[in-house]
Design a protein around this ligand. Structure first.
Ligand code: GRF
Length: 211
């Protein structure tokens, strides 16, 4: 196995309810570029992930993720967080959208909003997030910049279950990358994203087998 991948707390033997022929229904939530959306779609298309993306939820009209979804024929739903007075109302609307689309697993791939218990309770242990650091280091926004400022020699990315406390849920998979002395935000983020694109489809696959 690749030594840069670390798999804590995944029960590989828990295949009891797994139906190999039934694709798991995913929602992806994204605010930006959507390269992680793209690799999920590619993994499904290549037969590496037994899933279907039933909906992409996005909250930024400019999100390239929405264009990518349309290219893949995936339904998109725009939700403007500014229309909601409180976070719980926004999350309730998101839950409604997810339930209408029979979603089983929710993947936050660059979703730049803090979530509430309303969303978490509707999908217990079924919401994951990809974060560009080796958690618990460098939580929150600007994780790549935080790593550069701290002068760490190794950073990486983490797929974790989503909990109310930001970037603090159970870690599913991590991958490490070196930080080089001349790294910029762009060069380091690009190196991290190569690893994100490996571990996010893997994490979804592990979660579908953990049903
Ligand atoms: C990734 O770096 C992810 O870790 C962070 O947001 C970024 C999303 O990238 N949460 P993309 O939009 O999927 O390209």
């Amino acid at each position: 196995m690749d030594a840069s991948l670390i798999y804590p707390q995944v029960d590989y033997n828990n295949y009891a309810n797994y139906s190999p022929n039934k694709p798991v229904k995913l929602a992806v939530m994204a605010s930006g570029n959507g390269s992680n959306f793209e690799v999920i779609a590619q993994a499904i298309s290549a037969g590496k992930l037994n899933a279907e993306i039933t909906v992409l939820i996005y909250n930024n009209r400019q999100a390239k993720a929405a264009m990518r979804a349309k290219n893949w024929g995936v339904k998109t739903v725009f939700i403007n967080h500014r229309d909601y007075q409180i976070r719980e109302e926004l999350d309730q609307e998101i839950v409604n959208i997810l339930q209408i689309h029979d979603v089983e697993i929710v993947v936050m791939a660059g979703w730049m909003r803090i979530v509430t218990q309303v969303l978490i309770d509707a999908f217990p242990r079924r919401i994951i997030n990809i974060h560009p650091s080796l958690l618990p280091s460098f939580k929150g926004a600007r994780a790549v910049e935080q790593a550069l400022a701290a002068g760490v020699k190794i950073t990486g990315c983490t797929v974790h279950l989503v909990s109310v406390e930001v970037d603090s849920g159970e870690i599913l998979i991590q991958a490490a990358v070196p930080v080089f002395p001349n790294d910029s935000y762009e060069s380091l983020h690009a190196r991290i994203q190569v690893q994100e694109h490996r571990i996010l489809p893997l994490a979804i696959d592990l979660l579908t087998k953990d049903k």
